[in-house]
Design a protein around this ligand. Structure first.
Ligand SMILES: NC(=[NH2+])NCCC[C@H](N)C(=O)O
Ligand SMILES: [Mn+2]
Ligand SMILES: [Mn+2]
Length: 299
């Protein structure tokens, strides 16, 4: 792994309805992310947070695309920041914020023409305005990145799809909406639900996932890690917890195996909501996972 990391905080909560997830970047910094990476020998450039206007939620909203203007603005700024970090040869480490920000991150990774994406999440986040049960854009970033959804979202930073369906792997899914299932089938997207995690074990899942991406000949891999992928026992500070998730140790193992495979070129950790958390537990887990991902070992 490249030894230079650029941290980009994205204090946005516009992709869903529970306030507080905009404080995620602060919570993760408070939990010591910079120190942790420096201790591993990385040069860390903390770019600070991108500027997010704190607008009051409007009343006359499109119920299928809540806060569309704000999400477009945040993601456009973020895409530019991510692109700059890549051009300066840093590994972008994006800290959310809710998961809608992945729309911006993926748009900023256009240098990778055959990008692989590992989506670690309880959800598939592949809804469209037609299929969404909530209108929350944090449930849509994978669809948007495939070029599906509102044109203002799919055209952020540059027009057209940002990733290929066959380069996406979802791990940890256990809450998938009807329209999402159909799209996953239609596009033949690789998903390791909790069923596969239970059945095969995390070791086999990660070996498979890594091999799959290598066989696809990817020129970069982005890890988008939603803290609700873990069981809420370990990460209670998330807005949409779902029981029956990945354990603390399984998630560390996954990070360690990604480090060993040395395939990642960008990383994002999202959905840490300190208001819903217990004494910053969730941000602490995020930083511990970042430690493993970037090369910490137990001995
Ligand atoms: N990034 C997340 N936590 N997404 C949760 C999405 C939940 C649900 N599928 C929805 O579309 O509203
Ligand atoms: Mn989720
Ligand atoms: Mn998510």
């Amino acid at each position: 792994m490249n030894k230079s990391v650029a941290i980009i905080g994205v204090p946005s909560d516009y992709g869903q309805r529970r306030r507080g997830v905009d404080m995620g970047p602060s919570a993760i910094r408070y939990a010591g992310v910079v120190e942790r990476l420096e201790a591993l020998g990385y040069a860390v450039k903390d770019e600070g947070d991108i500027r997010v206007e704190k607008a009051p939620i409007k009343k006359d909203q499109n119920e299928k695309l809540l806060n569309l203007d704000e999400v477009v603005e945040v993601c456009s700024k973020l895409a530019q920041k991510v692109e700059d970090a890549v051009n300066e040869n840093h590994i972008p480490l994006v800290l959310g914020g809710d998961h809608s920000i992945a729309i911006g991150t993926l748009a900023g990774l256009e240098k990778y023409k055959n990008l692989g994406v590992i989506w670690f999440d309880a959800h598939a986040d592949i809804n469209t305005p037609e299929s969404t049960p909530s209108g929350n854009i944090h449930g849509m970033p994978l669809a948007v990145s495939l070029g599906l959804g509102h044109e203002r979202l799919t055209s952020i930073h540059h027009a057209g799809p940002k990733v290929k369906a066959e380069n996406i792997i979802i791990i940890g899914a256990r809450s998938v909406d009807e329209g999402e299932r159909e799209l996953i089938k239609e596009k033949n997207i690789k998903v390791y639900t909790m069923h596969e995690v239970d059945r095969l074990g995390m070791t086999a899942v990660m070996e498979d996932a890594i091999r799959y991406l290598q066989e696809r000949g990817v020129d970069g891999v982005h890890l988008s890690l939603d803290l609700d992928g873990l069981d809420p026992l370990y990460t209670p500070g998330v807005g949409t917890p779902v029981a029956g998730g990945i354990t603390y140790r399984e998630s560390h193992l996954a990070m360690e195996m990604l480090q060993e495979a040395s395939i990642l070129t960008s990383v994002e950790f999202v959905e840490v909501n300190p208001i819903l958390d217990e004494k910053n537990k969730t941000a602490n887990v995020a930083v511990a996972l970042i430690g493993s991902l970037f090369g910490e070992t137990l001995v």
